[in-house]
Design a binder for this molecule. Sequence first.
Ligand SMILES: Cc1cc2nc3c(=O)[nH]c(=O)nc-3n(C[C@H](O)[C@H](O)[C@H](O)COP(=O)(O)OP(=O)(O)OC[C@H]3O[C@@H](n4cnc5c(N)ncnc54)[C@H](O)[C@@H]3O)c2cc1C
Length: 201
Amino acid sequence: MDFRLTEEQELIRASAREFTQKYLEPIAAELDEESRYPAEVMAKLAEMDWLGIPYPTEYGGAGSDYLTFAIVIEEISRACASTGFTVSATTGLVLTPIFQFGTEEQKKKFMIPLCKGEKVGAFALTEPGAGTDPASATTTAVLEGDEYVINGTKTFVSNGPLADIFVVIAVTDKTKGARGMSAFVVPKEAGGITVGKHFKK
Ligand SMILES: Cc1cc2nc3c(=O)[nH]c(=O)nc-3n(C[C@H](O)[C@H](O)[C@H](O)COP(=O)(O)OP(=O)(O)OC[C@H]3O[C@@H](n4cnc5c(N)ncnc54)[C@H](O)[C@@H]3O)c2cc1C
């Protein structure tokens, strides 16, 4: 097996290094000190088509692959670890379940604005009493009529305070343990979301 990067992947690494040295390294310490969301860098990353690298172009992605995504995240994180996680939270944690398991309508509706950087995503799995063991989560989703009603408290939700689209993991069948959990795409405008205290980095 050949583990060497392709010429194109090497080029992307070089341009990601150049990009982060220019736009991210100079402000990395300030971002951490001020716990600030790097909106200006995210806008530039969107221009580069680097927020949806592994996803098909029809869903707003760059039509590339996960290795290329990992290379770009590595370079972003080299300059600023928290920005690396900010990007991978949306591109990895939020977009992957929508792409893998979402309906065609959900993919078109949610993936395009996330990949284009027009909306921010957040993944809500961890709870105050369920971290390493997510199967002990207590957030429930109950079908009432033709809609699910989700109740519970999540924590450590990266991008949470400014997210527009959440992927929320909730218990739908308690008798099935870890297999009785489902992922829901929750747009902020669905309502009923309260943002708690901001953790200091
Ligand atoms: C920077 C950051 C970003 C995050 N972003 C997100 C996010 O976007 N969305 C989200 O849902 N979550 C997020 N998390 C939460 C993260 O997934 C949890 O912190 C993680 O799952 C651990 O949970 P916990 O902090 O409750 O630790 P705990 O589960 O309380 O564990 C504490 C320690 O005990 C150890 N431990 C636990 N159980 C056992 C055991 N049975 N045997 C031996 N050792 C054990 C663990 O290894 C750990 O060292 C984020 C966390 C951080 C730090």
